[in-house]
Design a protein around this ligand. Structure first.
Ligand code: SR1
Ligand code: MG
Length: 401
């Protein structure tokens, strides 16, 4: 921590200049701080005369979204850079390349993806990404399979787990997803017009039991190295390319948490459509596209994961078809629960999503919030009985019929 200081734009340029073989000696470099997430500084450094560019991402010693009153470990920069490198070894086309990690400054130097857009923004603008489901289901299948006891040496997995104990960032998730939205916590950020819905959830004992079970699994089920925060703001996209960024929440947890994060964010956009597509027919059409993407992500994941298991499984006791079927059916239940929990927290927990919050019309925003809560709470309630992805699609479709 002793040599740590948050960089200014000028200091970021000086740092970038020293990276060997990147920019021309003495070149004019331009820096822009472009971080719009909740936690970090992000500098875009470019050399206008050659068009070369990189990203410098620096962790701050506190959560930017709240301020210095919420201290946060700088070790998350190490966790992020190591997770990115593991992910790159498993699916090189789906993550940015890491050029360097500087421990003292909690700084990662990585590939610039400015020719992509943040997927959340792309969905808000109504764009379609025909390759996304194939890309993200391959990312999920490879990263989850090859870091689990199914696909990697089981002693090496235990050692790897030790490098990804991430208590401070896990606590953020434990609080903001699996605790605070279910009680009248100070961190909640509740618009007055939906307070009644939040209050109903605070007294719903059956729902709270289901959330407790999901929380328990998040705390104890060390199945695979998760990205840990795989929402559509952690995905850079363009029609022919998908890049997963920001795995600073990486830790060993239940696989369904990452899959659920992707599906939840598709469904949050589904819930928000009244704010973004003004006529009923284009709205229905885009919603169909989102539901088809939900279906394709799960079915693509299941197909790839089963294939990896059959071709590369490391454990003879886990090699029977009966065990594989049991595993996949339990995983789908977790996916339902985590999809639901990740939706509820984004409606009135601490950190919301632009898909809903940026809807200017209050009545349309409220309808989006209530649709998201209806889908989320139903998924949580039904998660232990879930048997097919079609049930999730039906729940979403019924919420707007
Ligand atoms: C204090 S951090 C709030 C949220 O931002 C991150 O992206 C995670 O989702 C976290 O819960
Ligand atoms: Mg993030």
């Amino acid at each position: 921590m002793s040599n740590y200081r948050p960089l200014s734009e000028a200091e970021a340029i000086e740092y970038a200049r020293q990276i060997p073989e990147l920019f021309s000696p003495g070149a004019e470099l331009v820096s822009r701080e472009i971080g719009d997430g909740n936690l970090n500084l992000v500098f875009h450094i470019s050399e206008p005369s050659t068009g070369k560019s990189i990203i410098l991402k620096q962790a701050l010693p506190y959560a930017k979204v709240v301020g210095e009153s919420w201290p946060l470990t700088l070790d998350r920069a190490r966790i992020e850079s190591e997770a990115l490198q593991i992910e790159e070894s498993l699916c090189p086309d789906l993550v940015p390349h890491v050029y360097a990690y500087e421990k003292d400054l909690a700084l990662t130097v990585m590939e610039d993806l400015s020719d992509h857009v943040i997927m959340r923004r792309g969905l808000i603008e109504g764009n379609r990404y025909p390759l996304f489901a194939e890309h993200i289901s391959r990312f999920l299948a490879n990263t989850l399979f090859f870091t689990s006891d199914l696909g990697m040496n089981q002693q090496a997995k235990k050692l790897q787990q030790g490098r990804f104990i991430n208590p401070e960032l896990c606590k953020i998730t434990e609080d903001l997803i699996f605790s605070d939205p279910y009680r009248d916590a100070d961190t909640n950020n509740i618009e007055a017009h939906i307070r009644d819905a939040a209050e109903q959830i605070w007294t719903d004992n059956e729902l709270q039991l289901e959330v407790s079970l999901l929380r328990e699994k998040f705390l104890t089920k060390s199945q695979a190295l998760l990205h840990g925060d795989l929402h559509t703001g952690s995905i850079f996209i363009k029609p022919d390319s998908t890049k997963v960024i920001d795995p600073e929440f990486a830790y060993y947890g239940p696989m369904g948490f990452d899959i659920g994060a992707v599906l939840a964010n598709l469904l949050l956009n589904f819930a928000a459509q009244e704010g973004w597509s003004k006529d009923a027919s284009s709205r229905a059409d885009y919603r169909q596209y989102l539901l088809q993407t939900v279906r394709d992500v799960w079915t693509g994941f299941e197909r790839s994961f089963r294939q990896l298991w059959t071709e590369s499984g490391v454990d003879v006791m886990f090699s029977s078809e009966a065990y594989q079927n049991h595993f996949m059916s339990e995983l789908l239940k977790d996916v339902f629960g985590y999809t639901g929990a990740k939706m509820v927290r984004r409606v009135y927990g601490l950190a919301h999503v632009a898909d809903i919050d940026k809807i200017e019309d209050t009545a349309a925003r409220e309808r989006a919030q209530r649709i998201a809560l209806a889908i989320g709470t139903t998924l949580i309630r039904q998660h232990r009985k879930a048997a097919t992805i079609e049930e999730m699609i039906d729940i979403a479709a019924k919420s707007v019929s």
